[in-house]
Design a protein around this ligand. Structure first.
Ligand code: TPP
Ligand code: SF4
Ligand code: MG
Length: 284
């Protein structure tokens, strides 16, 4: 029996037998996970009807900690797995947790087509600007000039705007928030989960260990404060001194369309192809 009005206790949504978790101290992925589970709680989603699919990476590892039906699949492919799962089991709420490498590098093609189809999935992109799990290689969202293990002289490639890509490719709901603003992040997750179509929520998440240290970004609290000064420069410009060009990506709800959800149209075609269905008759 669900009681979504009761106080949110994140521990009741976690597999406590897997604690302590493997995340480094201050890693933004843990903050994002808490906000996501808070949204699940507020919506009163039954965990027997909740599936979480993730690829490989520190972001991808998060699904293992959620007390629901979880799938830890191959690198770059969680959207493909989730698409099959949602088509087979439309009764499930299906969430994908993915990293910037998982979703935008090896998995970039899957993202484009998931957006285009507009199947009712919620994709959570944990963007820490780096391949965290494998030791800190450059990713498609690494900001220019940043140091990584594969850009020792500074990154010279322009970073990807994942939300602009998702919007252009047709995602029904597109939003971005920083981990500093947990209640706002929770609300975007909640609205994305409730949206009947493909919801893409990007989280600006800190990799304190292999990215923060490499770029001399300070302690974990200092990195979170820098999100305030960077992403919302108008409000917090002088809060924290930063030696780097601030990140000025827009945050909040960025796009929302009510165009047709893919699963319903797909089921209609499948039903019509059955014996006795519109196209089934044609075949016999
Ligand atoms: C096919 C394949 N290629 C490469 C890898 C190695 N690999 C594992 S995780 C990862 C990148 C993870 O980066 P990201 O998705 O940004 O997640 P993060 O660890 O930063 O949260 C890579 C390249 C792999 N596991 N499988
Ligand atoms: S390596 Fe980075 S992304 Fe991975 S757990 Fe540590 S801080 Fe988080
Ligand atoms: Mg990453």
């Amino acid at each position: 029996m669900l009681d979504s009005a009761s106080a949110f206790d994140v521990r009741s949504y976690l597999r406590e037998e897997l604690m302590p978790h493997f995340l480094c101290p201050g890693c933004g992925h843990g903050i994002a996970l808490r906000a996501l589970l808070w949204a699940v709680h507020e919506l009163g989603i039954d965990r027997d009807r909740l599936a979480v699919v993730s690829g490989i990476g520190c972001a991808g590892r998060l699904s293992a900690y959620i007390d629901a039906s979880t799938f830890h699949v191959t690198h770059g492919r969680p959207l493909a797995f989730a698409t099959g799962l949602k088509l087979a089991r439309p009764d499930l709420t299906v969430i994908v947790i993915t990293g910037d490498g998982d979703c935008l590098a090896i998995g970039g093609n899957h993202l484009i087509h998931a957006c285009r189809r507009n199947l009712d999935l919620t994709c959570v992109l944990l963007n820490n600007e780096v391949y965290g799990m494998t030791g800190g290689q450059v990713s498609p969202t690494t900001a220019e000039s940043r140091l990584t293990t594969t850009t020792p002289g500074g990154n010279v490639e322009p970073a990807f705007d994942a939300c602009a890509l998702a919007t252009a490719a047709g995602a029904g709901y597109v939003a971005r928030e920083v981990t500093h603003h947990v209640p706002r992040l929770k609300e975007l997750f909640r609205d994305g989960l409730a949206h009947p179509g493909f919801a893409f929520v990007e989280v600006i998440s800190d990799c304190t260990e292999v990215y923060g240290r490499k770029n001399d970004l300070g302690s974990a609290p200092e990195m979170v404060l820098r999100q305030k000064s960077g992403v919302r420069p108008d409000a917090y410009r002088d809060t924290v001194a930063t030696p780097f060009r601030p990140n000025t990506l827009p945050t909040g709800l960025l796009a929302r369309t009510d165009r047709a959800e893919y699963g319903a149209a797909w089921r209609e075609v499948v039903a019509a192809a059955q014996p006795g269905g519109a196209t089934g008759n044609r075949q016999s």
